[in-house]
Design a protein around this ligand. Structure first.
Ligand code: ATP
Ligand code: MG
Length: 389
């Protein structure tokens, strides 16, 4: 008896002609994610992908990783056995022993897509149900609300026996929606924003602004740790860290304090815009949510958008902080985000920020700066790190 992982595609099923190339991207993404857990073979069959271990594999870690790959609606570990009723009746109680020992009620769900198999679905259910009742005397059948549904699938390749499926990460396979640049701070919001866009199939490049020595090495390492966590869902992330110190010092020296944050945000957007275009990204992503802080009023957001050429996506725009936190707990970035290392935004926060700025106000304030000179010197002062899963 061999154990495999059965994966049910998500929205892929809806994609008509594109389906096959979407499936290929999904398989490529799963392969990359599983490569450190052993060697696997992949087969496509009727909106299902079979992940078949070749030799010794770490199936626990593989199943766990599959649960974070976007584009998967559901998955399950399954026994794969010969299409022979005696073999099925012998293997099912052995393979499902642990889960059936822990259940009170069950039902059997048989699916026969290979119509040449000599037993019809109701017969398979009756025979296997009887066998399980005999082997596990504490069990009773409950067809409406069972603790465990035992499924037997008779397919062309083999017979598959498994318990209930686990819900997958949903969404679309990363890479099917193009690439965008995520502005990532060390905060709670931006990693969640990256996760949400990756969920819709967008591959991420990350841009982080650091202001040493005002910001610490630990603050940068925190960003790496956050991205490693996001990468468990999004796959590989190309990170560009920009030295932002000089820009912040110039702003502080030459601009009115109530506009500090917004001028700084406009520089971030301008620089991210250029880095993004250079890296073939079609959009920018931020973790902003309307009204959360002074720099996130609709007026302030309008002023930051005014300096970009690419569209800016803000997937958290209508979410409350507690809703954002609950996603960050789910994807396990929350505990990293709350580590207390100063970000460049917190270092230079004005006491009385403008909440109703205009583009004109900001453009006037920025005449005191050599905007292009500061941008080009920041663009020539970057570090690259490839974040792998
Ligand atoms: P976060 O929790 O993501 O830090 P926030 O609510 O603290 O968000 P701000 O600090 O005002 O809000 O930042 C708004 C957005 O600007 C962030 O979500 C992020 O996309 C971007 N951003 C802020 N600081 C940086 C930085 N140091 N490097 C890159 N992007 C940043
Ligand atoms: Mg922040």
């Amino acid at each position: 008896m061999e154990e495999i992982i059965l994966v049910k595609n998500g929205e892929l099923a809806l994609k008509g002609l594109n389906r096959s190339s979407f499936e290929d991207i999904l398989i490529k993404n799963i392969k990359r994610r599983l490569r450190s857990f052993g060697e696997f073979e992949y087969k496509k069959s009727q909106s299902t992908i079979m992940i078949i271990p070749v030799g010794e594999c770490d199936m626990d870690s593989a199943a766990d990783a599959v649960g974070r790959v976007f584009g998967i609606a559901a998955y399950t570990r399954s026994a794969s056995v010969e299409k022979d009723m005696d073999v099925i009746l012998e293997c099912a109680p052995v393979y499902l022993k642990e889960i059936l020992d822990g259940a009170d009620t069950f039902k059997v769900n048989a699916k026969r897509s290979d119509k040449a198999f000599p037993f019809k679905s109701p017969e398979i259910s009756a025979l296997l149900g009887g066998k399980l009742l005999e082997k596990f005397s504490h069990l009773t059948v409950d067809v409406h609300n069972p603790d465990v549904t035992v499924t037997v699938e008779i397919r062309d390749e083999n017979a598959f026996i498994h318990a209930d499926q686990t819900k997958g990460a949903g969404g679309m396979p990363v890479g099917t929606g193009g690439k965008a640049a995520l502005l990532i701070s060390g905060g709670i919001d931006s990693p969640v924003a990256g996760y949400m866009m990756a969920k819709r199939g967008i591959q991420l490049t990350a841009v982080h602004f650091a202001s040493p020595p005002y910001t610490s090495v630990q603050a940068e390492e925190k960003v790496h740790a956050l991205l490693r966590q996001v990468a468990k869902y999004s796959g590989h992330i190309h990170l560009i860290t920009v030295n932002f110190t000089e820009i912040q010092q110039q702003i502080r020296k030459s601009c009115p304090e109530p506009l500090f944050t917004l001028i700084m945000r406009r520089f971030m957007m301008r620089i991210a815009d250029r880095l993004a275009i250079n890296d073939n990204c079609a959009a920018l992503i931020t973790g902003e949510s309307v009204g959360q802080v002074a720099s996130q009023t609709i007026y302030a957001l309008g002023c930051t958008d005014a300096v970009t050429t690419l569209p800016v996506f803000r997937p958290l725009i209508g979410m409350d902080k507690d809703e954002i936190i609950s996603v960050s707990r789910k994807i396990e970035t929350f505990d990293i985000s709350i580590q207390p290392f100063e970000d460049c935004c917190t270092v230079f926060t004005p006491k009385h920020p403008r909440t109703r700025p205009t583009v004109k106000m900001l453009e006037d304030a920025e005449t005191a700066l050599d905007v292009e000179g500061l941008i080009s010197s920041a663009l020539s002062n970057t570090k690259i790190l490839e974040i792998e899963v």
